[in-house]
Design a protein around this ligand. Structure first.
Ligand code: DAH
Length: 339
């Protein structure tokens, strides 16, 4: 038995493995329950009593040495692996999770794309505005309820400076710096002093449209909006224009589209009317053209404004407006497929 142990000790010193799999099978061969060393241990009871001390010591030495050798080899493999990782310069420092585009951005981009194809360019304006661009230049009478502090955020020390309540202010900004032909859309965030609930928020998003040129008519407006509705909601979509009132347009209308849930036959979503409202529009009031430096005797124009949240809700049936601004990853992930 001593000779056998000596031979194994030598074998262990020279032990090597090409990879971790081979190392594991060697470990099983030597150190597992049914391995060589355990078999020797079992044989130990047959060793004559006078040799027990010597053989026992050798056997322990063999066991310890074998365990130590396996640890050495294992460690060697591990450092090899981590060295390999260090050298992989293309590997990212941490797992990067790709984000998803926000549903409002998806829809805003779709709206922009549709109007872009019809020749509209994008115009921009400040969110912190003055009363002139938001209200006065847009033909709001001095005592119009929309100027009421209930709706408008303003700075107490500077009541003239407000957060814009609609993107119509960008119409004014564009007209005061350019002459027709003007064909722009103005996407942006707007603010209103509303109590936050599932159906109202103190900020939301709009896309404004403005077209000013010679001989622009209501027919032009209707055709552009019909085209928009078909591209946005499908070619079977119908539109309906209802007379309405806005200070900056005359005549004014609100546009409904045929309900895309019931196809116009009536359901809870469209309150059994078959129609859902999506935007406001009209012919730019001549007073607005004149106030912004455009000769209303030469030019006419149309304008429209829609809520991005409203369109997004129609497309994706989001029941609670607050979801849009809560940054809940689970909600945002639902729109992965639409990205
Ligand atoms: N500014 C209106 C709003 O915030 C929307 C709107 C209606 C814009 C009619 C327009 C328009 O340009 O012609 O409710």
């Amino acid at each position: 038995m001593l000779a056998k142990i000596e031979q194994l000790l030598q074998e262990i010193e020279g032990l090597n493995a090409k990879n971790t799999e081979e190392l594991e099978s060697l470990r099983i061969k030597y150190l597992s329950k049914k391995g060589i060393i355990n078999a020797l241990m079992a044989d130990f009871r047959n060793v004559p009593a006078e040799q027990k001390k010597e053989v026992g010591m050798k056997l322990n030495e063999l066991k310890n040495r074998t365990q130590a050798r396996f640890s050495e080899l294992k460690e060697a493999f591990e450092t090899q692996e981590s060295n390999a990782v260090e050298l992989d310069l293309t590997r990212t420092a941490y797992p990067i999770e790709l984000g998803t585009r926000h549903p409002l951005s998806i829809i805003r981009n779709e709206i922009i794309d549709i109007f872009h194809r019809m020749g509209f360019t994008i115009a921009d304006g400040p969110e912190i505005e003055d009363d002139w661009h938001v209200f006065s230049s847009m033909n709001f009478p001095e005592d119009h309820p929309a100027r009421d502090m209930q709706d408008t955020f303003f700075i107490e020390s500077h009541p003239d400076i407000i957060l814009r309540t609609h993107t119509s202010s960008v119409q004014s900004r564009v007209m005061e710096t350019s002459q027709p032909p003007i064909r722009v859309i103005c996407p942006g965030r707007v603010y209103r002093n509303e109590a936050i609930s599932y159906r109202a928020h103190c900020f939301f998003h709009q896309v404004e449209g403005l077209y000013v040129d010679k001989n622009v008519s209501f027919t032009d407006l209707k055709q552009v909006l019909l085209q928009f509705a078909k591209e946005m909601f499908g070619s079977q979509t119908k539109i309906r224009l209802r007379p309405s009132y806005f200070p900056f347009t005359e005549p004014s209308a609100e546009m409904d589209i045929s309900c895309d849930i019931c196809g116009g036959t009536g359901c809870a979503f469209c309150k059994y009317t078959g129609w859902v409202e999506i935007l406001g529009c009209g012919m730019v009031d001549p007073a607005v053209l004149d106030a912004n430096g455009i000769d209303s005797k030469v030019y006419s124009g149309y304008a429209f404004g829609m809520g991005v949240e409203r369109i997004t809700n129609l497309k994706y049936k989001v029941k609670d407006l607050r979801m849009f601004s809560e940054n809940d990853i689970r909600f945002l992930k639902e729109f992965e497929a639409a990205n």
